[in-house]
Write a protein that binds this ligand. Structure first.
Ligand SMILES: [Mn+2]
Length: 237
């Protein structure tokens, strides 16, 4: 995110932005998070206010798994920033999980916990063994499928993602597609420091190739990916 986009002062308070109302907290209203925090727009777009009727808490084990994964991910990534050197890294796995719920309507706690944890093994000292003990075999397996072997060179790793994509489990494919969608939208909003047009274009092309091996997994995610890739290839041609 570029400096000129940073607000010169603190964002308005909730009351300043939406006006004081005495309505109960159930009415939701049309509160724009993007208006409140213009530099913090969610890559998944606006989410709708939650209706209390939806919150019947009938899956405590699923909710527990998801919150435990969020907490674990936040603590493991706590010293890391995204490529802009400013955004906390954990915004990314949380945003990937949010794409899955908000856009793809995926509510499987195993998929969402795996999305929250998908970079912990690749980018922190977390081990698969630890994830297996803490979150179970299935989450461990999905995160393993989302983990590049960092002992291999960058170009080899990128080729292996293309080679392995088709053979991944359905749940791992969902996480991988949402991960790519988040990263491509990030790239569209603000290319990492030092990335020239060619590097941006190559990243979009490489993503397109990986995705082509996972067609038929989820139409919403695939449509979102097709759209952002088309825009990126135009922007950086
Ligand atoms: Mn990721």
């Amino acid at each position: 995110m570029s400096d000129e986009k940073m607000p010169s002062e603190d964002p308005p308070t909730y009351e300043e932005a939406v006006g004081s109302s005495n309505g109960d907290c159930n009415n939701g209203g049309n509160i724009s998070i993007n208006a409140l925090y213009p530099t913090l727009e969610s890559p998944s777009g606006e989410s709708k206010p939650v209706k209390h009727a939806d919150l019947n808490g009938n899956d405590p084990a699923g909710i527990e798994l998801i919150i435990k994964a969020t907490d674990f991910s936040a603590r493991r990534h706590r010293f890391q920033k995204r490529k802009d050197n400013r955004t906390p890294y954990v915004n990314h796995p949380i945003g990937v999980a949010h794409i899955l719920t908000n856009e793809a309507h995926i509510y499987d706690p195993i998929v969402l916990a795996s999305a929250l944890l998908h970079d912990t093994v690749e980018d922190t000292k977390t081990t698969l063994e630890e994830l297996k003990i803490m979150f179970g075999q299935e989450v461990c397996d999905i995160v393993a499928e989302c983990t590049d072997d960092k002992s291999k060179a960058y170009n080899i790793r990128k080729q292996l993602q293309i080679d392995h994509a088709a053979s991944h489990s359905f749940k791992a494919k969902l996480v991988k597609l949402a991960d790519k969608l988040y990263n491509l939208r990030d790239l569209e909003r603000q290319p990492p420091h030092g990335w020239d047009r060619k590097r941006c274009r190559d990243y979009a092309k490489w993503s397109k190739e990986v995705i082509s091996q996972m067609r038929g997994t989820n139409q919403i995610l695939e449509n979102g990916l097709d759209e952002v890739i088309e825009r990126l290839l135009l922007k950086f041609k």
